[in-house]
Design a protein around this ligand. Structure first.
Ligand code: NAD
Length: 469
């Protein structure tokens, strides 16, 4: 069993206070041991981060940029190692893992080139008033298990370039790629600027309540996000919460079913449906309903489900046993309340594999429609009235994303304006350029990542107001 990876604390690669097994979801068996940090190591990391902060913050943007570029080079040099490790721990097909590693490198380079420039509000004979943005200090970057690297990098790179220092805490079931990122950083970044702490789901709360942490950048479920929010109160920490979603794919009556079915299928099944912004429920006009269900069903039956390292696998296992059990529950209810068009059960093999599933004729209040399933199981609902469909979509407590599928993009844009969520795509999905801010409405989050807003989240505005003469 592989046990070569270490925590990165205060510039040194160290063993954890303990160890924990990491399961390959394609087999359900442990394939590696990860170091497990304890509360004392967390304290050491926060203290080291606080020592490192003034020096890092004092560097120019150009100096920090050079560090981040070398960091990106270091990841690039181990590209395939990152991709294979991600597939092993997360389960996703290797080409999707490579895409994520490529995005990680691109993200480091994109944010390395950004700068928050001070701004003159007024400069007259009598006075000069300027606005500056100072870094906050120690950022805790807490991430989930669906995209272990890219979700970290959209925190890490903006936080570092703006002069903050970062402690990364990955999800307990996918610690290895974050630890590998730490190993790359160990030779490149000054000690304490970036650190990694792997845990068994017991350090997140300690980190987000720690008085030495200035900002908690959290991506994960809404339930945990609420705990994080309350943990920031004592010291009035800044925070960014990227939480759950129940995004709808809304098909308009002018859509071409043959064209939109593969796009919707992809939007629902990429990463085995474990995407915060995945299409998690489909609303189709009654006239297109049978055809769309049939087309989605055919795609589900044709999809190649298999181990991520096997060439040709399109859909891998779900990431962990708890998620697998949750999906098995949803499937049992769906079989009772609706009609299974394709799939409907786990695969009869080792590992956490669920057959890609399309379910029709579920009532609006079925759990699979109302809740975030986070797996390759897609409910398709019929509507008779577009206004009522939009109302049903907006009735969700979530408001992360959504897609409109139509033959008329301008009409799609108008409908998109009526959907109450942070991002709505028309005739495309998951297009997330680094210069475009994204984040949730309602209980899908508070704050933004990426874009200028995402950089500003890691800074504190400061006014300098000078009388002249
Ligand atoms: P989770 O909330 O269980 O865990 C996320 C992280 O929080 C993990 O690292 C976990 O160890 C840590 N954690 C647990 N308890 C904590 C506490 N009390 N305080 C601080 N941290 C704590 O989420 P998950 O199951 O790993 O991820 C799936 C969820 O993430 C889904 O709801 C999905 O929609 C959401 N997600 C959101 C986005 C987004 O950008 N909005 C992106 C990806 C995933």
């Amino acid at each position: 069993m592989d046990k070569a990876l270490h925590l990165l604390i205060d510039g040194r690669l160290v063993a954890g206070a303990g160890e924990m097994p990491v399961i390959n979801p394609a087999t359900g068996k442990a394939f590696a041991l990860a170091p497990r940090a304890d509360a004392a190591q967390l304290d050491t990391a926060v203290a080291a981060a606080r020592r490192a902060f003034p020096g890092w913050a004092a560097l120019s943007y150009a100096d920090r940029r050079a560090f981040l570029e070398r960091f990106a080079d270091g990841v690039e040099a181990r590209f395939e190692e990152f991709a294979r490790l991600m597939t092993m721990e997360q389960g996703k097909p290797l080409d999707q893992a490579r895409f994520e590693v490529g995005g990680t490198i691109a993200g480091l380079r994109y944010f390395a080139a950004q700068e928050i420039v001070s701004h003159v509000i007024r400069d007259t004979a009598q006075e000069r008033i300027t606005e500056h943005h100072s870094p906050l200090g120690v950022v805790a970057a807490i991430t989930p298990w669906n995209f272990p690297l890219i979700l970290l990098v959209v925190k890490l790179a903006p936080a570092l370039i703006t002069g903050n220092v970062v402690i990364a805490k990955p999800a307990p079931t996918t610690p290895l790629t974050t630890l590998l990122l730490g190993e790359v950083a160990a030779d490149i970044l000054p000690g304490g600027v970036f650190q990694t702490l792997a845990d068994a789901n017991d350090l997140g709360a300690l980190l987000s309540t720690h008085a030495g942490v200035a900002h908690v950048s959290f991506t994960g479920s809404t339930a945990t996000g609420k705990k994080v929010l309350s943990s920031t109160v004592d010291t009035l920490k800044r925070f960014t919460l990227e939480l759950g979603g129940n995004d709808a794919a809304l098909v308009l009556d002018d859509a071409d079913v043959n064209k939109v079915a593969p796009a919707i299928f992809g939007a629902a099944m990429v990463n085995a449906g474990q995407v915060c912004l995945a299409a998690k429920r489909v609303y189709a006009p009654r006239a297109l309903y049978d055809d769309l269900c049939a087309a989605l069903g055919a795609l589900a039956r044709a999809a190649v489900v298999g181990e991520g390292l096997d060439q040709g696998s399109q859909i891998g296992p779900v990431q962990n046993a708890a998620q697998f059990a949750k999906l098995v529950d949803y499937l049992a209810e769906a079989r009772q309340q609706g009609q299974i068009v394709a799939g409907g059960a786990p695969l009869d093999r080792e590992g956490y594999f669920i057959a890609p599933t399309i379910v029709r004729d579920l009532p609006d209040d079925a759990r699979l429609v109302r809740e975030e399933q986070f797996g390759p199981v897609l409910p398709v609902l019929a509507y008779d009235d577009l206004g009522a469909a939009i109302e049903a979509i907006n009735a969700s407590e979530y408001g992360l994303g959504g897609t409109i599928w139509t033959g008329n993009p301008e009409r799609g844009e108008q409908v998109a304006a009526l959907i109450d969520s942070g991002t709505v795509w028309v005739n495309r999905h998951l297009d997330l350029p680094f210069d475009v801010a994204f984040g949730g409405a309602k209980q899908s989050g508070i704050g933004r990542q990426q874009g200028v807003e995402g950089l500003l989240e890691f800074t504190q505005a400061k006014i300098i107001n000078m009388a002249k003469g």
